[in-house]
Design a protein around this ligand. Structure first.
Ligand code: NI
Length: 134
């Protein structure tokens, strides 16, 4: 699938819209994804899958219930793993670029269908380059 090194920064810069992850690689049964995010993403959980967030640029707040450990602020160069079954949401005040490591079966809004839900198939499509000057 992958015959050359992948730049996470370049992959992020090619993403046409916020909150729309794209698959850029695979390791065993885990996808490597990138996303550009800003604002807030709906609360959800993944019953059987842990989810790793690596922040490349900006700051990501991962919200969890106080009984699950509460909110976590993840800065550029840091990662955090949300454990399976834990309800969470994500938010970023400024545009933030992240990489995700998720099991291939993970639905990014968990069991919730929201206007922001993107199917795995949609996440597999090539990201169109952002138009210059955008
Ligand atoms: Ni999630």
């Amino acid at each position: 699938m992958q015959e050359h090194p992948i730049s996470l920064d370049l992959a992020c810069s090619a993403l046409p819209e916020l909150w729309s992850p794209r698959v850029v690689g695979q390791v065993n049964d885990q996808f490597i994804k990138v996303a550009r995010v800003q604002g807030e993403f709906p609360w959800h959980a993944h019953a059987d899958e842990d989810e790793m967030f690596l922040v490349l640029r900006g700051e990501l707040r991962i919200g969890r219930a106080p009984s699950d450990g509460g909110d976590v602020l993840v800065r550029a160069g840091e990662f955090f793993v949300v454990r399976r079954g834990v309800r969470h949401n994500t938010a970023a005040a400024e545009e933030t670029w992240i990489a995700l490591i998720e099991t291939v079966t993970t639905e990014h809004t968990g069991g919730e269908q929201t206007p922001m839900t993107r199917s795995i198939a949609a996440q597999m499509t090539e990201a169109a380059p952002r138009s210059s000057g955008a």
